[in-house]
Design a binder for this molecule. Structure first.
Ligand code: HEM
Ligand code: HEM
Length: 156
């Protein structure tokens, strides 16, 4: 594999690890406290955006690939990524709509509706197993890259 491709894979691996850790922190408001959860969720947008940027080529081609002949697993993964994106959007938007710390600090007062609280709770709860499936679909990549990174470290 070319050096450029190998470096991209390594960057993706490191950024995916960072994304997973930040996702776990964001998903546990009980440990960070709700104000901490809100600011950390705002920060979480950065590794998430980087994740999408690192797969920008895939995203650009995804609509075209849908009508092409691809395997059932690829098709499933394609639909799953779209659903995941929508769920993430819903969790983030509903999160802002139930904000009790971040928006009031910025002098934006909201009347919090139970509807959005429920949407936030449900979407955040659904994302967890959905990320599990997303990771399972890339399991062989994760195992391969982990092995390669370990060999590199052992050699260094
Ligand atoms: C905790 C959150 C997430 C983690 C740990 C994660 C991890 C991964 C991993 C390990 C891969 C395959 C390796 C790679 O090329 O980087 C990948 C690919 C990808 N992920 Fe995620 N991901 C997360 C969330 C998301 C979300 C919410 C989306 C929403 C659209 C998404 C979209 C993609 C896309 C488009 C690809 C490349 C296409 C593919 O092969 O499926 N990821 N992700
Ligand atoms: C991907 C992003 C996010 C995830 C995965 C997430 C996850 C969660 C989870 C799991 C809970 C506990 C829910 C419960 O047990 O009822 C929660 C609560 C909460 N989140 Fe988030 N959150 C995200 C983004 C945000 C954002 C951006 C804000 C506001 C700026 C926010 C504000 C809140 C508030 C105020 C609560 C406690 C009140 C309530 O549940 O209605 N969240 N979040």
């Amino acid at each position: 594999m070319s050096d450029w491709m190998q470096n991209l894979q390594k960057t993706r691996y490191v950024m995916d690890t960072l994304l997973l850790v930040s996702f776990m922190i964001v998903s546990a408001p009980q440990s960070t406290g709700v104000p901490g959860h809100e600011w950390l969720s705002l920060l979480f947008i950065v590794p998430f955006a980087v994740h999408l940027l690192l797969h920008w080529d895939w995203i650009k081609q995804s609509a075209k690939r849908f009508s092409k002949k691809i395997t059932a697993k690829e098709r499933f993964s394609l639909v799953w990524n779209y659903l995941l994106y929508l769920m993430m959007l819903l969790a983030t938007v509903s999160g802002f709509l139930v904000s009790v710390a971040l928006l009031p600090t910025l002098n934006i007062e909201l009347h919090i509706q139970d509807f959005w609280s429920k949407i936030h709770h449900d979407s955040a709860t659904l994302i967890m197993p959905m990320i599990g499936v997303h990771l399972a679909l890339h399991w062989s990549w994760i195992v391969n890259l982990t092995k390669r990174m370990r060999v590199k470290r052992a050699k260094a």
